[in-house]
Design a protein around this ligand. Structure first.
Ligand code: S5P
Length: 278
């Protein structure tokens, strides 16, 4: 685990060169939460309802906007308003995975207008370096109106059984993150990746990538389709800065009670990691 991840979010916020990461850490510190809820519901009403009820307890909401049966302008304006009301960021889990020319069009414009409303996006590096270069290029172009308020997470590992996102793939993820560290905020991974030795790039002395970990659940070990879970505590101990939980929260009998539990366990594990008294 990096020395940065043993620092409080507030300290990391002060030191971080990336404006969006700074804001993310400030939100975590202010709201005392490292929870991202994966709001994998299928109607705008359910999504906005969840975002409003869980908003006070989360740092980020993660969407799969293409699973909504009724995506419209109302989805975008509603979600944006709630993000402002409750001070959380929006992460569209679109997992871009194509040639640079295609992902640029999928990200900026298109039917889903992802760049307009999602602070954070993610991509796989299966296509090679070009995908990261293309997304970074779009975000830094003079006519991109959202400027430094946008960032990319690289999907460096996956939680599903038999995942092929390992070894050389994970190493390439770290390499490209280091190379495009202005736009790349960090990783989706099951652990901290700072120890990964890359061939091409070297880690900056002040390297501080944000680690988001999915596959987090307090009461289940997995599902029937290969998902594998760990607890909020174990995710944070392995280096997660933000824990992402979906069904563990939104499918619980009382999602508000559930999010409070995840928040408490995630926050306590974070305090233990930074060596703060509870
Ligand atoms: O490796 C991964 C990466 C992601 S982004 N494993 C995952 O499960 N995810 C996403 O996290 C997945 O697409 C889903 O939206 C969420 C996990 O949902 P849960 O209900 O299993 O917590």
């Amino acid at each position: 685990m990096s020395s940065a991840s043993r620092q409080p979010y507030g300290v990391r916020a002060q030191r971080h060169p990336n404006a969006l990461v700074k804001r993310l850490f400030e939100i975590a510190e202010a709201k005392k939460t490292n929870v991202t809820v994966s709001a994998d519901v299928t109607t705008t009403k359910e999504l906005l309802d969840l975002a409003d009820r869980l908003g006070p307890y989360i740092a980020v909401i993660k969407t799969h906007i293409d699973i909504l049966s009724d995506f419209s302008e109302e989805t975008i304006t509603g979600l944006t308003k709630l993000a402002e009301k409750h001070n959380f960021l929006i992460f569209e889990d679109r997992k871009f995975i194509d040639i640079g020319n295609t992902v640029q069009k999928q990200y900026h414009g298109g039917a889903l207008r992802i760049s307009e409303w999602a602070h954070i996006i993610n991509c796989s590096v299966l296509p090679g370096e070009g995908i990261v270069e293309a997304l970074a290029q779009t975000a830094s172009s003079p006519d991109f109106p959202y400027g430094p308020d946008r960032g990319l997470l690289i999907l460096a590992e996956m939680t599903s059984k038999g995942s092929l996102a390992t070894g050389e793939y994970t190493k390439a993820s770290v390499d490209y993150a280091r190379k495009y560290r202005g736009f790349v905020m960090g990783f989706i991974s099951t652990r901290a990746l700072t120890e990964v030795q890359t061939d091409v790039t070297t880690a900056a002395e002040d390297e501080d990538f944000v680690v988001f970990t999915t596959g987090v659940n307090l009461s289940s070990k997995g599902d029937k389709l290969g998902q594998q879970y760990q607890t909020p505590r174990s995710a944070i101990e392995r280096g997660a800065d933000f824990i992402i939980a979906g069904r563990g929260i939104y499918a619980a009998p009382d999602p508000v009670e559930a999010v409070k539990q995840y928040r408490q366990e995630g926050w306590e594990a974070y305090l233990a990691r930074i060596g703060a008294s509870q």
